[in-house]
Design a protein around this ligand. Structure first.
Ligand code: FES
Length: 144
């Protein structure tokens, strides 16, 4: 239970401004299309491929490279919050990065913020979540 609680605590979004080095400005909110992935560069070295998904007005960010054989996650078909890799069909929840099949590797998920119409992605990925995220944690809504 302690690991479970720690994972949830670690996934709590950090509040910070755009000048904070823990965040990378990666895209204009208006560029995102509901239900489609968009490839941006962000992450720890600010040049890591990150996939943004806009689902139900909320933006999610996960690693854009499939852990199976490197398929392009942004090109995957999205059903609800689950994206399927276009190469061999592995599926992942874009809210958490979790693969939804047994014995699979997961995607890193990143916290997202919106400031002045820009999408900011956390430099460091979140710890894997053990539960579905609450509505306001780890994602960013386009309509405020
Ligand atoms: S490369 Fe993504 S499922 Fe194989």
């Amino acid at each position: 239970m302690e690991d479970h609680d720690a994972a949830i605590a670690a996934s709590t979004p950090v509040r910070a401004g755009r000048g904070d080095r823990r965040w990378t400005d990666v895209a204009n909110v208006a560029e995102l299309v509901e239900g489609e992935g968009r490839l941006v560069l962000g992450g720890r070295a600010r040049n890591h491929p990150v996939a943004l998904f806009l689902v139900g007005g909320t933006i999610y960010a996960v690693n854009a490279v499939c852990p199976h054989m490197g398929g392009p996650i942004t090109c995957g078909r999205l059903r609800g919050h689950v994206v399927a890799c276009p190469w061999h069909g592995w599926t992942f929840d874009v809210r958490t990065g979790f693969a939804d099949h047994p014995d699979a590797h997961h995607l890193h998920a990143y916290d997202v913020r919106i400031e002045d119409g820009r999408v900011l992605v956390a430099v460091r990925p979140r710890a894997l979540r053990m539960i579905d995220p609450p509505d306001n944690a780890g994602d960013a809504r386009t309509a405020t």
